[in-house]
Design a protein around this ligand. Sequence first.
Ligand code: NAP
Length: 262
Amino acid sequence: MLVMGTGTTKKEQGMTNVAIVTGGSRGIGRASALKLAKTGYLVVVNYASNAKAADDVVAQIMKDGGKAVAVQGDVGKEADVLTLFATSDKLGQLKVLVNNAGIMDTQARLDEMSTERLKRIFDINILGSFLCAREAVKRMSTKHGGTGGAIVNLSSAAAVMGAPAFGVEYAASKSAIDLLTIGLGREVAAEGIRVNAVRPGIIDTEIHDSSGIKGRAKMMREQIPIKREGTADEVADAILWLVSEQSTYVAGTVVAVAGGRC
Ligand code: NAP
């Protein structure tokens, strides 16, 4: 695990408000981490393997006068998730979880997919999001002595479109995120926690490289009513709204950021 940044403890900082961004080192997570830091959160930038990208986000936040730490951990592994949240506990009070870490695989039909591939997608995209949400609720819920907070999950347009002949397992994993959002959102709404999700469409990040289709985001332009792919910043703006005081009556719902595509 790599920890950078303030190096100070919770006691030293008083009630520092902490935001965990899983997969905060690149793409939508990176944009969210930078914006959350600007609004005053100490940001825990989780990542899986690319330490340099995570260090760059932390360095940018610190250059801008904010506070951040980078924490390696695979969200699909419970031990890593527990370490991630234990690290956050030492830094302050968890108020925000952006449940963002997610992967897709190469373009394929279901009858071409190995069991290993299915397990990997479901472990990271579904189990990882559930484990992180569970740990966040334990800390934020007034039922557990917390003071409330906000959880934003990352769904996808694929959750409602199905991604046929592209990645139905990815689509199904994001559909699970929709139901996590609705169910958990209702489960903990009276305990000070607002659980919501964003549903990005085609966003210009490196995730599309995993599909094996070069320039996929640009190729999709004609299918998007707005006629362009979205940016990570545009999704992060919706995430920031969902954790802000401007959305206090928004709970258990999914906000599409998809250029009109879904
Ligand atoms: P991205 O650019 O590929 O970035 C993925 C981030 O997640 C990286 O920081 C990566 O860290 C991290 N990550 C990957 N596997 C992880 C794991 N097992 N544990 C912890 N961190 C992990 O992806 P993105 O496009 O920003 O997507 C972010 C989320 O939005 C995903 O859930 C994705 O499904 C969803 N989404 C994206 C789009 C889109 O068009 N981009 C559309 C709909 C939904 P490393 O660099 O260390 O691997």
